[in-house]
Design a protein around this ligand. Structure first.
Ligand code: FPP
Length: 263
């Protein structure tokens, strides 16, 4: 029985490797953005507290980060805490604010070894100092790494980000350093926190919810969307690979009539 199970496992790994190689020979999305949802429901199904789901979700972050890096994805933006998440119970917020520290303290050596670069979008100033310090330390230590950019969206809200961008441009117009005609897609994009990254090619949301929840509204204009019922703590390499396989079958036209246009 055990031998049979082990043979099946080996066959599964071989199949995953073969699929991975096939996928790598086609176009890999440069930037993948993920709304990691369903931690609470994962815990509830197991009669565990919600925070246990978040903790398990942190392990998925590690797994998917390493896998995306191995696949050649250039940037992975993970929605870890939204500007709306402050409405949650204090105990849950405190737990979520401890996760970056725990994650980075545990996995920073591995991130370094794999050349992964940590970044963050969102309002860092409003984070507790221990959260901020852990993130800043990781950003500093990994700044010269050349592999995947692991971009945490923490205390992030897309509308607030857009309001800031518009205000900056309005101030430049008022000061006479920018012409009204120069307020365009490129100058708006340059004021966003993602200015140095390509727009996401692929958005994944787990747990069956089908909405954007104020996540990268501008940047996702031409992204392919994949919604899956899998809860984030259950999301694994196979799910991620499947998402890329689906992405590779999509015909991206960016508004034109011909397929696979570049933007
Ligand atoms: C949404 O699920 C998830 C969050 C608000 C938090 C996501 C955070 C993680 C996955 C861990 C992040 C790890 C690091 C290292 C920063 P939910 O709680 O709304 O789930 P539910 O809809 O089932 O209740």
């Amino acid at each position: 029985m055990l031998k049979k199970l082990m043979r099946k496992k080996t066959a599964d790994i071989q199949l995953l490797d073969e699929r991975m190689e096939a996928v790598k020979n086609r176009q890999i999305p440069n930037h993948v953005a993920i709304i990691m949802d369903g931690n609470g429901r994962w815990a509830k199904q197991r009669k565990m507290p919600r925070i246990a789901g978040h903790h398990e979700g942190m392990k998925t972050v590690r797994q998917i980060t390493n896998f995306a890096n191995a696949m050649g994805v250039k940037a992975l933006t993970l929605y870890a805490f939204s500007t709306e998440n402050w409405k949650r119970p204090r105990i849950e917020i405190d737990f979520l604010m401890n996760l970056p520290g725990e994650f980075l303290n545990t996995y920073l050596p591995e991130l370094m070894e794999k050349g992964i670069k940590v970044e963050m979008i969102g309002d860092m100033d409003a984070l507790p100092s221990h959260t901020k310090n852990a993130i800043m330390k990781a950003i500093e230590q990994t700044k010269d790494n050349k592999g995947l950019v692991l971009n945490f969206a923490m205390n992030y809200g897309s509308r607030v980000e857009l309001v800031h961008a518009m205000k900056e441009l309005a101030e430049e117009v008022a000061a006479g350093t920018l012409k009204v005609d120069e307020v365009n897609e490129s100058s708006i994009g340059s004021k966003l926190m993602t200015a140095h990254l390509p727009d996401p090619d692929l958005l994944i949301r787990t747990s069956g919810e089908v909405r954007l929840s104020n996540f990268m509204l501008w940047q996702l204009a031409y992204a392919e969307f994949i919604f899956t019922d899998v809860l984030w703590p259950d999301y694994d390499e196979d799910c991620f690979l499947q998402a890329i396989e689906v992405f590779q079958k999509r015909d991206r036209r960016f508004g034109s009539l011909e397929g696979d246009q570049k933007r």
